[in-house]
Design a protein around this ligand. Structure first.
Ligand code: RP5
Length: 163
């Protein structure tokens, strides 16, 4: 936990419709026993909420932000512009362009304001959860051990031959 009991990870998303994707990040954090707060923050529909969240995220006690959005996905970059916290961007798979639009909106940041961009859709969300945990694990030995145990379990679960 961070300041005043704030969980270390913020999972934010542009819309309720992003939650089924972003739940993959939440599930990964649950598995690794990392606390998070999930919120809807839209760059376009709730711009004031975006500014308030991004400017206050570090003081609130968050350590990492996972931001998922689809289409004209400005959320991760705008949040990154207003906080020094690491921001992991998840391109949500859009209906019209299958998430290519989301990916290109998030990944092409100008030098100076980084967003760590993950894969499109559920794999990207799951990996954002893992990457957030890995960032926190650099200063949390118990979490580092849980992460290594997760990897070992995953490796052991892969059969040598297809059934
Ligand atoms: C973006 O627009 C959201 O991140 C979402 O992926 C997309 C569509 O939102 P809805 O119209 O489903 O609310 O802002």
């Amino acid at each position: 936990m961070g300041e005043a009991g704030t969980p270390p990870v913020a999972i934010i998303m542009g819309s309720q419709s992003d939650w089924p994707t972003m739940q993959r990040a939440a599930a990964m954090l649950d598995k690794l026993n990392v606390a998070y707060d999930a919120r809807i923050v839209s760059a376009h529909r709730t711009p004031d909420r975006l500014v308030e969240f991004a400017r206050g995220a570090a003081d609130e006690g968050f350590k990492v932000v996972i931001a998922g959005a689809g289409g004209a996905a400005h959320l991760p970059g705008m949040v990154a512009s207003m906080t020094h916290l690491p921001v992991l961007g998840v391109p949500v798979q859009s209906k019209a362009l299958s998430g290519q639009d989301s990916l290109l909106s998030i990944v092409q940041m100008p030098a100076g304001i980084p967003v760590g961009t993950l894969a499109i859709g559920e794999a990207g969300a799951a990996n954002a959860g893992l990457l957030a945990a890995a960032i926190l694990a650099t200063s949390d030995e118990a979490l580092a051990e849980r992460l290594q145990a997760f990897r070992a379990e995953q490796t052991a679960s892969v059969a040598e031959r297809p059934s």
